[in-house]
Ligand binder design. Structure first.
Ligand SMILES: Cc1cc2nc3c(=O)[nH]c(=O)nc-3n(C[C@H](O)[C@H](O)[C@H](O)COP(=O)(O)O)c2cc1C
Length: 438
């Protein structure tokens, strides 16, 4: 593992940002983070401008229903004072699960999801709770062994997760069947008591992989209309169930930082320069289709995790200053907020900043660069982060996430995950068993 530099004072942070050539928004007035945010065309309001990102725990029962550790995780995060809780990736089909511990929603296990929504509502004292719906595509391992469902072969993605060239590409007929399944899953999420369903399109899971299926023949490849068809059809199928108390949301990654033609939202010259023309078009169409809430992200954790979640310690040394990664996430959110102001936009990139996250979040939110700041790894490590920011005006430096990547290392072993550093009682023994030499 590689170790990054970490700043201890605001002056060190500012100097590091300057050295990285980036300008981070910073504000010492954190009161803006107390602002509630009503979602357009609904009666649903984020209680404040801090949220919990979707964070998988790989701890479901074999049928995909939430397990005891799922309830514990969501309860801890929901009771921490955040204004909205976004529940993790939940497969809508059995073959689209990343592993046997991934949540899967179905009519015959809906009671577990009802219980999960109830726990989250009660623990958060009524914060909105969103359920993320997904098909894991090339990362599917329904029986814990790889059974990729691929829209295309991708030599760049093969660098980190090779797929045999003889493996079949998924048929148009299979893809045709998915919008109805996402619509039905959205209805189940509504029946279970969630306040919204997220049609996930990011990180190179199936819907986002299709966005760059430039060479795929047929209805789902080639033109912009074809590549975005499945995602937009799924949004429309889910939006049938939309009303004042149930929103359609999306975890959306507009730019993959994977060179064209293997990644979406990138310059056609094959460089790592974003090209916002197609992402902006798609973002407007998402709004037309009924999406009113987005939790944004970039990159793919399987290919360029430093883009998606800047870290101090991880599998490789990032090819850029870590604060450049944080800044890319914050600036991309600002771009999206400007493109479609009517979508309530949650930004990301804050956990890396440890105790300085509140100042940067307040800087971004007060400048209108996002409506709210979302926290992922921080919520695992420090579930009370929002309460401490809102009530004490600061995070406790001894409780913050260290971006050490141990949570993801556990995931990669297809094991239940959490924070082995700050939630040691439960997750340290598991971590030691998985990594006895560390
Ligand atoms: C252990 C782990 C599980 C994650 N699970 C999900 C998930 O289920 N859905 C999703 O959209 N993103 C998932 N992510 C990405 C996070 O939501 C978030 O985008 C990322 O960690 C960056 O935010 P942070 O810097 O606050 O951690 C996961 C990340 C980690 C580390």
């Amino acid at each position: 593992m590689n170790s990054g530099f970490h700043f201890k004072t605001k002056a060190e942070l500012t100097a590091a940002a300057e050295a990285a050539g980036v300008d981070l928004p910073l504000s010492d007035d954190l009161s803006v983070l107390k602002t509630p945010r009503r979602i357009e065309d609904s009666d649903i309001t984020l209680k404040n401008s801090l949220t919990v990102h979707p964070m998988e725990g790989f701890d479901s029962g074999p049928d995909g229903a939430p397990g005891e550790l799922t309830f514990r995780r969501i309860k801890r995060m929901a009771s921490g004072g955040a204004g909205l809780i976004w529940v993790e990736a939940t497969a809508v089909t059995e073959d689209g699960r990343t592993n046997r511990g991934q949540l899967r929603i179905a009519r015959d296990n809906l009671d577990g999801f009802k219980q999960l929504a109830e726990i989250a509502h009660e623990a958060s004292d009524g914060a909105p709770v969103i359920l993320q719906l997904t098909h894991s595509g090339r990362f599917s391992k329904p029986d814990n062994t790889p059974k990729p469902v691929i829209a295309m072969h991708n030599p760049v993605m093969n660098e980190t997760m090779p797929i045999d060239p003889s493996w079949p590409v998924v048929t148009d007929e299979y893809l045709d069947s998915l919008p109805e399944k996402f619509g039905a899953a959205a209805k189940m999420a509504k029946d279970a008591g969630f306040d919204g369903a997220d049609i996930k399109c990011c990180h190179k899971y199936l819907f986002s992989e299709l966005l760059s299926a430039y060479d795929r023949p047929g209805r789902y490849g080639g033109s912009f209309e074809n590549r975005t068809r499945l995602f937009l059809d799924a949004i429309r199928a889910a939006a049938v169930h939309r009303d004042r108390h149930f929103v359609i949301a999306s975890r959306f990654g507009p730019v993959e930082m994977i060179p064209h033609p293997w990644g979406f939202g990138m310059a056609r010259d094959g460089s790592l320069t974003p090209d916002w023309e197609e992402p902006d078009r798609l973002y407007r169409l998402m709004h037309d289709g009924g999406v009113r809430l987005v939790d944004m992200t970039l990159g793919s954790p399987y290919y360029n995790p430093h883009v998606n979640r800047p870290y101090d310690n991880g599998g490789y040394e990032p090819p850029e200053a870590r604060l450049a990664g944080v800044s890319r996430l914050i600036d991309a959110a600002a771009h999206m907020k400007k493109t479609v102001p009517g979508i309530t936009l949650i930004g990301t990139g804050y956990s890396y900043l440890r105790a300085f996250a509140p100042q940067v979040a307040a800087g971004a939110v007060s400048a209108g660069m996002a409506d709210a700041a979302g926290f992922g790894r921080m919520a695992f490590a420090y579930p009370d982060f929002a309460r401490d920011i809102l009530e004490n005006g600061a995070l406790d430096a001894s409780k913050v996430c260290l971006t050490c990547s141990k949570c993801t290392a556990m995931m990669r072993k297809i094991h239940a995950t959490g924070c082995p550093i700050r939630d040691r009682e439960v997750y340290l023994p598991m971590y030691k068993e998985l990594f006895p030499k560390e």
